[in-house]
Ligand binder design. Structure first.
Ligand code: NAP
Length: 339
């Protein structure tokens, strides 16, 4: 009998997830097969299951983030070999996602797991690092030095407001911005319990969500109280609190970079808005080095775990209850399932 592997498939919109036996995968020339030891749960997973967001046809295998052990590699793969501990982006580009026994991914989705990190910690990273990287490079037009060292010093943004800094994307954005722009004022919003953590990641000042309605305190924290040059919005905060746009310096560049979340933001005239998807970073200068570059930032202590990891279950059976918990809201944490 030929060897098989298990996938946890969503057969139709709304679920449930079902174990399906499929032929054991063999990597293509530039692909890597990974046995996950941990997978992270993301809002996109249940949005895809429940609303068919970014689903072309059913069944689908969800799951964007994983960490595990390399099972096999294609003949062109150089830096990774069977048995290595890695973390990886999964799915996207018409591939099956991370909720399976053996995941197949292209080489540039993968980085070596930092030795000091658990599989659960490493699994919490890929999409919440990739997305702010895209929002910074493509949306704010700020080069990231670990991807494009020639871009250093080319941004003239004096102040940037990161909305929802305690989201996993937001907490990564703060760190990447601080690395790229050491002297720019970085402001953020989150519930008060996360302020100390966000300052430790590089924010200059944190505000509660109410500051997104009355922006006077945010403006007062910028040089001469003029307002911010740019806003990075990973959580579509401006959809429900459009007054946030009054935080802009009226004579500044008014750059608004926001992440595709499924919510519609009405952007006022005069604001230069860009809507981003995480995977865009691969098309940016140096973007194919996004994951090896991240591993080296972690090893050198320049990038820290954005949010604490909460293990919400074990095995395939832990995924659906974990998604349920994620859909009810997360605050300053990443939910992960151990495999
Ligand atoms: N398009 C893509 O490629 C892509 C990739 C990744 C993520 N996403 C999307 O990006 C969003 C963020 O993902 P995530 O995993 O980082 O989310 P998350 O960690 O689950 O976000 C939860 C956090 O967001 C904060 N928050 C939520 N709404 C807010 C608002 N209106 N104003 C201020 N803060 C707010 C909360 O802050 P407090 O509890 O502190 O108040 C909470 O800590 C999700 O919608 C996700 O679907 C898109």
């Amino acid at each position: 009998m030929s060897k098989t592997s298990l996938q946890y498939q969503v057969l139709k919109q709304g679920g449930p997830l079902t174990k399906v036996s499929v032929p054991y995968p063999t990597p293509g020339p530039s692909e890597i097969c990974i046995r996950p030891k941990a997978i992270a749960l993301n809002p996109l997973d249940w949005k895809r299951r429940d609303y068919g967001v970014m689903v072309e046809s059913w069944p689908v295998v969800l799951g964007i983030d994983a960490a595990g052990i390399v099972d096999s590699v294609g003949e062109s793969v150089k830096d990774v070999k069977a048995g290595d501990e890695v973390f990886s982006l999964c799915g996207l580009e018409n591939r099956k996602g991370g909720f399976q026994e053996v995941i197949t991914v292209p080489w540039y989705f993968v980085a070596k797991k930092p030795a000091s990190w658990t599989f659960e910690e490493a699994a919490s990273l890929p999409i919440c690092y990739l997305t702010p990287a895209a929002a910074i490079v493509d949306g704010l037009h700020v080069p990231l030095p670990h991807l494009d060292p020639t871009g250093a010093g080319t941004s003239s943004l004096n102040s940037i407001l990161v909305l929802g800094g305690s989201s996993s994307v937001g907490a990564s954005a703060i760190q990447l911005l601080r690395l790229a722009l050491p002297s720019t004022t970085i402001l953020t919003t989150s519930s008060a319990q996360h302020h100390a953590h966000l300052i430790s990641l590089g924010a200059d000042k944190c505000f509660e969500r109410s500051a997104q309605d009355d922006t006077s305190a945010i403006k007062a924290a910028t040089l001469n109280g003029v307002g911010v040059d740019a806003i990075l919005d990973p959580v579509s905060a401006a959809a429900s609190q459009p007054s946030i746009f009054t935080a802009f310096n009226p004579t500044g560049p008014k750059v608004y970079s926001h992440v595709l979340t499924g919510q519609n933001v009405v952007v006022p005239e005069g604001v230069k808005a860009t809507l981003v998807l995480g995977r865009q970073i691969f098309g940016a200068k140096g973007g194919m080095n996004a994951f090896p570059g991240l591993a080296s930032l972690i090893e050198t202590g320049k990038f820290k775990l954005p949010n604490k990891v909460e293990i919400v279950g074990t095995g395939f059976e832990g995924i659906e209850p974990g998604l349920e918990k994620n859909s009810k809201g997360v605050s300053g944490a990443k939910y992960v399932v151990s495999m």
